[in-house]
Ligand binder design. Sequence first.
Ligand code: NAD
Length: 370
Amino acid sequence: MSDEFRFADELGPAKVIHVHEPAIGLKAVLVVDNVAAGPAIGGVRMAPDVSTEECFRLARAMTFKNAAAGLAHGGGKVVLYGNPKMPVADKERLIRGLACALGDIRDYIFGPDMGTDETCMAWVKDEIGRAVGLPREFGGIPLDEIGATGWGVANAAEVALSYCNFPLAGARVVIQGYGAVGRHAARFLAQKGAVLVGASDSRGTLFDPAGIDLAVLDLLKADGKSVLDYPRGVKSGRDAVIDLECDIWIPAARPDVVHEDNVGRLKTRLVIQGANIPFTRAAEEYLHHHGVLCVPDFIANAGGVICAAVEYRGGIETAALDTIAEKVRRNTREVLVAATSRRLLPRDAALELAGARVRKAMSLRRWRAS
Ligand code: NAD
């Protein structure tokens, strides 16, 4: 098989498009993976070191995430080469150029990802009339402001607790990465009686077994400070968050932070994955064999893309939150029923669920595999 088709399998990708406009230094790749359920939604990731392979893997992850969430959308992704912190006028030119180059690819809907934000999506919308993750003024629902993903994570935790023998009230929570996802997950869980005892950011870890005051911590973070500036508790390096004893441990920072060499240090009873691929497969298998339930990323953190899908249809904030709760709860339950009854790794049960939904959608199309 020729090199262009090195990623091809029975699900996709449907299109791989390389964009190059030397006049403005534009280099990007679009992968539209699978559009059986509807036009692909997936973010534009801007970074100097992206690649076509990364784009394909992220697009496939979106196919599964959107299918698992039961959205009428397939998966896609764009990677845009460049430093996202470049001067804003240069960035605007690149994003507008990208939008124009891909404007005719109607089965891809632009969204934000690392290195792009709602302003970038407003530029895209202005050029081609098609984007999600927009500013409020454009009818957008600001998902990080309302805590869409954290809301989904908290709902996933509540459902998962029916498979654990402890209640949410009084449960000790630790968050790795007290950012947009992590802080809202902490807030929604605290509203149900859970207690945040540990939180980390890129600078370090805070531990306070008496319970951290979220209002105080949120004010510090909004001021650009670190969890280390919190007035009470024990402070340590950022890696120490893995060692904190708790009931619910929520990764909400970077990929691959827990792996086979450090997973044995976790002292928790439940893991809800807020970040994308925060654990390696070996780490998830270790937890599975040690009786620690782990709800996988694309089930627990689908709140953001569900919010985007509601926005795309002109829905409002309350509709987004209701839809997130309903979909994340149902999918978490479905995955955990399959995982526990058939002793599967929750990730395998989730992949099975998502794969079945993609194949079902594909079977209803004119061109189908069989
Ligand atoms: P964010 O930048 O708002 O927050 C990330 C937090 O992690 C920050 O507090 C940062 O200081 C901290 N951090 C970075 N490196 C760290 C490290 N090594 N150890 C501990 N903390 C570290 O980002 P976010 O939007 O909250 O996203 C967090 C993760 O969730 C990412 O993996 C993202 O891809 C994923 N995600 C986000 C959304 C969303 O709606 N924002 C949706 C799905 C998945």
